[in-house]
Design a protein around this ligand. Structure first.
Ligand SMILES: *[C@@H]1O[C@H](CO)[C@@H](O)[C@H](O)[C@H]1NC(C)=O
Ligand SMILES: *[C@@H]1O[C@H](CO)[C@@H](O)[C@H](O)[C@H]1NC(C)=O
Ligand SMILES: *[C@@H]1O[C@H](CO)[C@@H](O)[C@H](O)[C@H]1NC(C)=O
Length: 431
């Protein structure tokens, strides 16, 4: 894969344009530029398939009575610690053809490998190593869709790589600039897994050359995914970083306000409240649509994924750590804490609304804290192949937002599988 430098011709004007911003807002926005560039088109089937193991679902099926008292997911995955793992990941940088170039740290020559050998140990429960067989078995005859921004894609690609170690997926659909919409089919279990680009979940017009801010329509969801909703059995929603962009917010015909909109006749309202509204509209719409159709749906909200810039984003060593933070070493705070809080609150509210529908299940995949503890998991300069091949330079582009694959995101999917197993154990009535 050739090295693509999206900043090359625009670094100057780019820096000028954004310099007045607070550093905190600037960095993730700068990296949003990275969200758009080519990904490998086809999957290379893995050559090694493990023998077909019998499917073991470890969660016991509780009785009807227990079912009622266990409506909540029993484990708080968000508290725990990273412990050494000698096993390492299920896949590597070459065994899986789906990894976006900018996140393939192994093939880009990242020299330290320690970041590959950690596993998350929640305080309250055991988190098993990812079991592709188990996952595909639970999804048999179903369609799982990842909807959101490049974090949704990061998580999707981790999942595809882990599943591909068991069963090669076939890319059956591809559309949009930079493969924003893709769908794979796993013939072995008749499973479909897809990704929908929808960085606000609600209707939005992304900024362009003619309009340097986003427009968000907070009262209606993005048509692109909702029009397919009837054919989706499970969704993973994941977004957040795009809300840092300059934007004008609409609700119906009225302008609610804006974020970072100097020179416009519009009130700055920040983005936390708006972020919550976008989730509310999204979850309400899913509940409404499914309540009328009666078809079951499972919904997961992956919570906000923290970035780890230490100083300038284009400085050598922007995210230089090579080990996780230890328990208690790093506190969840500021924007990371707030974004997560908004999501958890919206999930709780939607759960209440959805409670009377047996065909609706919802859970937050609370990865904010455990990801915060992984400053070592980002590509940093290894977003490009061999960034120091011509010597070490002071200025180098860093991605301290997305995650290396393999890497910490694999854990998110371990938790996802655990939630699915618990759901299966509770077994929805009438399903
Ligand atoms: C990556 O994984 C594949 C398949 O498991 C294996 O054949 C290959 O040797 C691995 N490559 C490296 C560099 O470890
Ligand atoms: C998978 O996608 C194909 C093509 O869109 C569709 O024909 C098939 O019914 C889907 N299968 C499932 C299980 O969703
Ligand atoms: C700004 O908007 C308000 C309310 O819509 C309007 O009354 C006012 O005239 C506008 N000011 C400018 C400079 O356009």
């Amino acid at each position: 894969m050739g090295s693509v430098h999206p900043f090359k011709h625009q670094s100057h004007s780019f820096a000028k344009k954004f310099l007045p911003w607070t550093l905190y807002a600037l960095l993730p926005i700068a990296l949003i530029r990275l969200y758009f560039y080519p990904i490998p088109h086809s999957l290379s089937p893995t050559d090694q398939l493990p023998p077909n193991n019998p499917i073991i679902i470890t969660t016991p099926s509780p009785s009807q009575e227990e079912e009622r008292s266990h409506v909540q997911i029993a484990c708080d995955y968000s508290t725990g610690k990273w412990v050494h793992d000698k096993n390492g990941p299920l896949y590597n940088g070459t065994s899986c053809g789906t990894i976006k170039d900018g996140q393939n740290c192994l093939s880009h020559g990242r020299p330290d490998k320690g970041y590959l050998h950690w596993r998350w140990r929640p305080k309250q429960c055991q988190l098993a190593r990812f079991e592709p067989t188990n996952f595909l078995q639970l999804l048999r005859n179903k369609h799982l869709a990842f909807i959101g921004d490049s974090m949704a894609r990061n998580q999707l690609e981790s999942l595809l790589c882990m599943l591909a170690t068991l069963s090669p997926p076939q890319l059956i659909y591809r559309d949009g600039e930079d493969n924003k919409f893709r769908k794979w089919h796993f013939p072995s279990h008749n499973v479909n897994i897809s990704v929908y680009w929808s960085p606000f979940l609600v209707k939005g017009v992304e900024k362009s050359n003619s309009q340097n801010y986003n427009k968000l329509y907070l009262d209606s969801v993005d048509e692109r995914w909702v029009s397919d909703l009837d054919h989706i059995d499970m969704v993973v929603l994941s977004m957040g970083h795009w809300f840092l962009h300059p934007a004008v917010y609409f609700y119906g015909d009225s302008v609610l306000g804006c974020h970072y909109c100097p020179g416009q006749n519009c009130t700055e309202i920040g983005f936390y409240q708006v972020f919550g509204k976008a989730f509310k509209t999204t979850l309400d719409t899913i509940i409404e649509k499914r309540a009328s159709s009666g078809i079951p749906i499972d919904v997961i909200v992956t919570t906000f994924s923290p970035s780890h810039f230490e100083g300038d984003w284009d400085k050598l060593g922007a995210c230089p750590k090579t080990e996780p933070y230890k328990e208690g070493e790093k506190k969840l705070e500021w924007m990371d804490e707030e974004m997560r809080k908004v999501e958890v609150r919206e999930v709780e509210e939607a759960k209440e609304k959805g409670e009377r529908f047996t065909n609706f299940r919802l859970e937050a995949l609370d990865v904010t804290k455990l990801s915060l503890l992984r400053p070592d998991g980002h590509p940093g300069p290894y977003m490009y192949p061999f960034p120091f091949a011509n010597g070490v330079t002071e200025r180098v582009h860093n991605d301290c937002v997305h995650w290396c694959l393999p890497g910490p995101v694999d854990t998110w999917n371990e938790i996802l599988l655990d939630v699915m197993k618990r759901w299966e154990g509770q077994s929805r009535s009438g399903r």
